[in-house]
Design a protein around this ligand. Structure first.
Ligand SMILES: Cc1cc2nc3c(=O)[nH]c(=O)nc-3n(C[C@H](O)[C@H](O)[C@H](O)COP(=O)(O)OP(=O)(O)OC[C@H]3O[C@@H](n4cnc5c(N)ncnc54)[C@H](O)[C@@H]3O)c2cc1C
Length: 475
């Protein structure tokens, strides 16, 4: 019998498992996909919003501010990238400047630092601001992260403390009895005292297995361009002034690894799993970025991608125990700023659990993660010493991002390690560069096959049927 089953291993489930893993608890995390962070956590703007945007009185406002305040420390503890780049909210004209004043007042009330910049001051920092920009509100503590890395580090550390991660384990039924719940998956049944529903766009289905939801999923797609690392048109995140109709709007975001993201749009979806990019969506992004920025080299795009926001008919986060189903807790409707808020969402779930569950600290729990080897970050001397010890670190597999075989092997062998080509790409970045895997992917396939003891024909890109090699046609 588990104490807690968490359904969904996105940032909500992973952060919660990490925070819960400091207690003496039996925890299982069930994930329907063959890797963690395959939902909204995989494809987003990666911004640790400081918390000026959500409306007063919402859970989003409370948890965004509290979550963002914890991020830098968490990333330091788990050896994850955290880069403070600052966010410019660029107003075009008097009406939008009034909105900047509203955001500044909110920031004052929430203790979020900012400064107001004239057009000239802003242009000195960001020469590609458009002609229309008249004033800028600079939230200079805003940071960007690498979302999969944080989810992965949380999950890895939680598993190190005894949590169990079950991949390919979609929850397809829940029954409740006097002792607790039975969660059905094709990977087996799980008995548990508590359930946390962190299933993102599929959370309504999970909720409806125990009670009828009074909200509905309304997933919204957001599409992006990724620009090459040597095309860096901006240094800060550039936002338009947010509006009710367009939300946060189309942004430009410098990533932790020096690429630039341009996007997203916001389109409601019938199919919650439709994460393909579209001609119309990308055209919208191109048309709208020109409001705040000029000279954006979209011809330097190396990839496009789309993410799906787990929005619902409820405009706020829902983090609550179901009144009619005690011990079943929803952590749902976690749209933006869900990434930034995730540490505080986890705290709120833990506070709910603590009302009926005794949480005893485990003195042996280790809440930090050993820093992974990142060859590109080492000095020549450190690199030489490492290669002398293990020559695999001297074999560069991804020439764009300078990733060695040793780093790829590490990410496969570690707890909750990569099992797919995309899993390797998410963890150590081969295929993220200009050639998008054109050169390194075949080598990654062979390393995965060797490490997992399977045929290269069995290696998949991501989902179970996404095999890369069709047959062995060597004569
Ligand atoms: C375009 C876009 C931009 C965004 N930008 C930002 C940003 O800059 N900053 C920010 O703070 N937030 C941002 N967000 C929001 C943020 O990405 C989400 O709030 C967050 O990732 C939600 O995490 P989650 O774990 O709740 O959901 P998900 O990441 O979707 O995880 C849910 C998991 O549940 C699994 N699952 C589903 N059904 C089942 C089942 N039946 N059984 C088992 N597992 C199941 C899924 O496979 C998935 O892994 C953005 C989102 C999008 C889409």
């Amino acid at each position: 019998m588990y104490d807690i089953v968490i359904i969904g291993a996105g940032i909500t489930g992973a952060m919660l498992s990490w925070k819960l893993s400091r207690y003496r608890l039996k925890i299982a995390v069930l994930e329907k996909e063959n890797d963690i962070a395959e939902g909204a956590t995989m494809a987003n703007s990666a911004i640790v919003h400081t918390g000026y945007d959500p409306e007063d009185g919402t859970l989003k406002a409370e948890l965004n501010v509290k979550g963002a305040q914890q991020y830098e420390q968490i990333c330091a503890q788990l050896h994850c990238a955290y880069k403070t780049v600052g966010a410019y909210i660029a107003a075009c004209g008097a009406e939008e400047e009034e909105q900047l004043a509203v955001l500044a007042a909110r920031a004052d009330a929430r203790g979020i630092p900012y400064r107001m910049l004239s057009r000239d001051e802003a242009i000195a920092e960001e020469p590609n601001l458009s002609e229309q920009v008249t004033r800028v509100l600079d939230f200079y503590t805003t940071a960007v992260i690498y979302p999969w890395e944080v989810a992965d580090a949380c999950m890895e550390t939680a598993c190190g403390n005894g949590a169990k991660l079950y991949l390919n384990a979609p929850c397809c039924g829940i029954t409740k009895d006097s002792d607790g719940f039975t969660v059905e998956t094709p990977a087996g049944s799980f008995r548990t005292r508590y359930i946390i529903n962190a299933a993102g766009v599929h959370a309504e289905q999970i909720h409806n297995m125990v009670a009828k939801a009074d909200w509905h999923a309304t997933p919204r797609k957001g599409e992006y361009y990724v620009l090459d690392q040597d095309a860096q048109p901006i240094r800060h995140i550039i936002f338009p002034v947010p509006s009710k109709e367009k939300g946060k709007g189309v942004l430009a975001i410098p990533t932790v690894y020096g690429n630039t993201l341009i996007g997203p749009n916001s389109d409601f979806l019938d199919d919650p799993d439709d994460n393909g990019t579209t001609v119309d969506g990308l055209a919208y992004v191109r048309a709208n970025i020109s409001k705040t920025l000029q000279n954006i080299p979209l011809n330097r795009s190396i990839r496009t991608f789309a993410g799906i926001r787990p929005t619902t008919t409820c405009p706020d986060f829902i983090v609550t125990e179901l009144p009619d189903v005690p011990h079943f807790i929803d952590a749902v409707s976690i749209e933006s700023p869900g990434l930034a808020s995730s540490p505080a969402i986890a705290d709120k779930v833990i506070a709910i659990l603590a009302e009926s569950l005794t949480l005893t600290e485990n003195p042996d729990a280790v809440m930090t993660r050993k820093a992974p080897v990142v060859l590109a970050a080492l000095s020549d001397a450190e690199r030489s010493a490492l290669i002398a010890e293990n020559p695999a670190y001297g074999r560069i597999i991804c020439r764009c991002e300078k990733i060695s075989e040793g780093e790829i092997v590490d990410c496969i062998r570690k707890p909750c390690g990569a099992r797919t080509v995309k899993g390797v790409k998410k963890r150590v970045r081969p295929g993220m560069g200009r050639c998008q895997g054109g050169f390194c992917e075949p080598k990654v396939v062979h390393i995965l096959a060797r490490e997992l003891g399977i045929s290269p024909l069995e290696v998949v890109y991501d989902s179970p049927k996404s095999n890369i090699l069709e047959s062995d046609n060597r004569i």
